[in-house]
Design a binder for this molecule. Structure first.
Ligand code: ZN
Length: 132
């Protein structure tokens, strides 16, 4: 069974901490030990895991992606969001997190971020929980 977590993003480029929402899906599943698969079914968004304590980290990540992948760089894709597609593939559409004692096995400073690269939009993340 796949659960969908809905996300409303507020700007074109944004990292949204979805750790608590994913943890809630894990708790509702009743699985104590297993694997949580996260998948983003969008071509201009992604999911990543990084520091959630200091908000300047996600700002640095977004600023660096912007420098590496500028909005206008002579792209072939004519929809005006080629940079969004390239960022999506660079960061990637999926993550795997282990579940231990009913909790996502994240490091002390880690958080799960939905990465918006062509917002604001309504988005969703597919979550599959597999018990051991
Ligand atoms: Zn496009």
């Amino acid at each position: 069974m796949i659960h969908y977590v809905n996300i409303r993003t507020g700007s074109r480029n944004e990292m949204v901490d979805i750790t608590e929402k994913i943890q809630a899906v894990v708790e509702n599943s009743g699985v104590k030990d297993g694997i949580c698969y996260l998948y983003v079914p969008h071509t201009t968004a992604a999911v990543t895991i990084n520091e959630g304590a200091d908000p300047s980290v996600k700002r640095d990540i977004l600023n660096t992606l912007q420098k590496l992948i500028p909005a206008d760089a002579g792209y072939a894709h004519m929809e005006g969001n080629a940079d969004s597609h390239v960022k999506s593939t660079t960061v990637g559409p999926s993550q795997i997190v282990f579940i231990e004692d009913g909790r996502l096995l994240l490091g002390t400073w880690q958080a799960i971020f939905f990465c918006e690269f062509d917002g604001p939009r309504h988005r969703r993340v597919a979550v599959k929980i597999v018990g051991q």
